[in-house]
Design a protein around this ligand. Structure first.
Ligand SMILES: NC(=O)c1ccc[n+]([C@@H]2O[C@H](COP(=O)([O-])OP(=O)(O)OC[C@H]3O[C@@H](n4cnc5c(N)ncnc54)[C@H](OP(=O)(O)O)[C@@H]3O)[C@@H](O)[C@H]2O)c1
Ligand SMILES: *[C@@H]1O[C@H](CO)[C@@H](O)[C@H](O)[C@H]1NC(C)=O
Ligand SMILES: *[C@@H]1O[C@H](CO)[C@@H](O)[C@H](O)[C@H]1NC(C)=O
Ligand SMILES: *[C@@H]1O[C@H](CO)[C@@H](O)[C@H](O)[C@H]1NC(C)=O
Length: 319
């Protein structure tokens, strides 16, 4: 062999090796995506048999959107349901519909999570003695529309309300429900965070930060209590077509609450931390990928999107 053909031969081998390594890496990536998002859920790896966790499910913010969809999905699985939200008339309406359709018991608690005085004493009293298997910490509050931190109208009151509804509610509801669950050594808690906690969320800064609290709280609490047989899941939805997101028509990326919950509920026990719906995972992945290439570009894009939504909302208010 001449020196030249030897060099070509070596380069050739290095080329093949690199191709194999990169190919393997890409394959591993796709296998992981498929396993995490589809296979593990379809095969119900570590899935919780919900019905064995208890007789009752408690849902906060239960009369609309994702909370209502959870209440219905759990009633369909033959749980009795406790519904908590502000408006008694809507509570009665939803509770009546659920008990008639699914032949289960219901109980309603009217409470406003922005209330400055202690609402939890009453909630605790009403839940006392119930065999609670599932708690869905769903109630949440966001800005009326994306806005700069200092420019939000009524910002003192609004920020305090957001923190009360998104942070105090989760912390206190867990404090009320966990003692019974640890005694019975079974139970599921679902804390609803948001994909806003995972990706840059300028102009929704306080909302996104409270959802980060929920994410961190859930992760560490789950570590503390999994040894007692309790499953704690952090769910991070992207856009769902509800009153909060003001999306009226559901799409593939922003599904209806029922479609969203149908997918998310199958992940309980399988995934401790999940968007619950593959298109949302995909979107977060794309934003992270963009962010890893150019944080400036991704942030610029998001700020632009947010200021567009803000501009439209402000124009709508004026007209
Ligand atoms: N929709 C999305 O795109 C999206 C995305 C990511 C995360 N999330 C999260 O998902 C959760 C549910 O959102 P959603 O879009 O389903 O909301 P939604 O459709 O607006 O429903 C809110 C529910 O909570 C109740 N509620 C609102 N404020 C309350 C308060 N201060 N005290 C007690 N109850 C209250 C409402 O009933 P009353 O008005 O009668 O009280 C209603 O039942 C939230 O934690 C949200 O942050 C939503
Ligand atoms: C706040 O909660 C307290 C205690 O549950 C209740 O007596 C009061 O009526 C509530 N206030 C409002 C404005 O909802
Ligand atoms: C949900 O959050 C509450 C408080 O923020 C915490 O006590 C509880 O353990 C969490 N549950 C899960 C399943 O993470
Ligand atoms: C939708 O949200 C607005 C506030 O953003 C509230 O005033 C209104 O009552 C809500 N409608 C329903 C049906 O929940």
């Amino acid at each position: 062999m001449t020196g030249e053909t030897e060099a070509v031969y070596v380069l050739d081998r290095i080329g093949i090796l690199c191709t194999v390594i990169v190919g393997f890496w890409i394959l591993k990536f796709f296998i992981r995506v498929i396993y995490n998002n589809f296979l593990s859920v379809a095969l119900r790896i570590n899935a919780v048999n919900l019905k064995e966790t208890g007789k009752w499910a408690v849902v906060t913010g239960a009369t609309d959107g994702i909370g209502k969809a959870y209440a219905e999905a759990l009633a369909k699985k033959k749980f009795n349901v406790v519904l908590i939200s502000r408006t008694q008339a809507r509570l009665d309406d939803v509770a009546g519909g659920i008990s008639e359709k699914y032949k289960v018991e219901t109980k309603t608690i009217a409470a406003d999570f922005t209330n400055r005085t202690d609402i939890y004493y009453n909630i605790d009293k009403q839940l006392n003695g119930l065999d609670i298997g599932v708690l869905v910490n769903n109630v949440g509050m966001s800005y009326p529309f994306p806005e700069y931190f200092l420019d939000l109208k009524n910002k003192d009151e609004t920020y305090e309300n957001i923190i009360r509804v998104n942070i105090f509610s989760v912390t206190n509801m867990c404090k009320i429900v966990l003692p019974g669950m640890t005694e019975r050594k079974r139970g599921v808690i679902i804390n609803i965070s948001s994909s806003a906690a995972q990706i840059p969320s300028p102009l929704l800064t306080v909302y996104a930060a409270t959802k980060s609290y929920v994410e961190k709280f859930t992760e560490d609490l789950s570590t503390e209590y999994s040894r007692l047989g309790i499953t704690i899941q952090c769910l991070l939805p992207g856009y769902v077509a509800t009153n909060m997101s003001k999306i009226k028509k559901s799409t593939w990326m922003a599904p209806s609450p029922a479609k969203y919950v149908d997918e998310a509920i199958a992940t309980i026990g399988v995934r401790g931390h999940t968007n619950g719906y593959f298109p949302h995972t995909l979107l977060v992945g794309v934003v992270h990928f963009l962010d890893s290439i150019s944080p400036r570009l991704s942030r610029w894009l998001i700020v632009r999107t947010m200021t567009n939504i803000r501009g439209r909302a402000i124009r709508k208010q004026i007209h």
